[in-house]
Design a binder for this molecule. Structure first.
Ligand code: AR6
Length: 181
């Protein structure tokens, strides 16, 4: 079954999906942007689990393109899936790593049994990925993923991000207008 993709404008920390994806960094110790918002609103339980994951599984940090799950603490979601997007580089195509973030996050969602997953526009903030390059990669990797996840909600913070994802989704779906919430 193909994943159903929905685009919404909003704050990912307010989503009530089974899991929300965090645009983290390798340290898993928090940061700015989505990462900062998730840790602030979710509370200390998330960081505690991140520390344990670092100590037990990833002493050198979570590699770019990989994903791990923790509790969502006080958030509405049940889990946070932390993934590390690539820092944008003009000199090198890192779209494979960005695709991997989505595919690995959905694979972790399958492991924990999450059927609905919210993604931010990974790498398009502090990591500098242009929206018009990131959006098609994100949409295509989700549509192409082998997963049991039924609903993927891209939660876009501003109009520019929403429009980039709307264009990318319409292109993939042969010109259909995407569902707007
Ligand atoms: N909800 C939804 N989207 C948001 C939110 C929010 N609450 N806040 C920002 N965005 P970024 P990155 C958008 O910078 O580029 C952190 O310090 C934002 O407008 O959060 O992957 C980490 O620790 C942008 O479109 O993530 C890493 O060090 C998108 O989310 C680094 O930033 C991603 O922006 C990761 O950078």
């Amino acid at each position: 079954m193909t994943v159903r993709i929905t685009l919404v404008r909003g704050d990912i920390t307010a989503q009530d999906t089974d899991a929300i994806v965090n645009a983290a960094n390798s340290s898993l110790m928090g940061g700015g942007g989505v990462d900062g918002a998730i840790h602030r609103r979710g509370g200390a339980a998330i960081l505690e689990e991140c520390k344990r994951i670092r100590a037990e599984q990833f002493p050198d940090g979570l590699p770019t393109g990989r994903a791990v799950a923790t509790t969502a603490g006080r958030l509405n979601a049940r889990w946070v899936i932390h993934t590390v997007g690539p820092v944008y580089a003009k000199s090198e195509d890192r779209s494979g790593l960005l695709a991997s973030c989505h595919i690995e996050s959905l694979s972790i969602a399958d492991e924990i049994g999450a059927k609905t997953v919210a993604f931010p526009a990974i790498s398009t903030g502090i990591y500098g990925y242009p929206l018009h390059e990131a959006a098609p990669v994100a949409i295509r990797s989700v549509l192409g993923a082998r997963t049991l996840v039924e609903d993927v909600r891209f939660v876009l913070f501003d109009e520019a991000a929403f429009q980039a994802f709307e264009t990318a989704l319409a292109a993939e779906q042969g010109g259909d207008r995407p569902a707007k919430k």
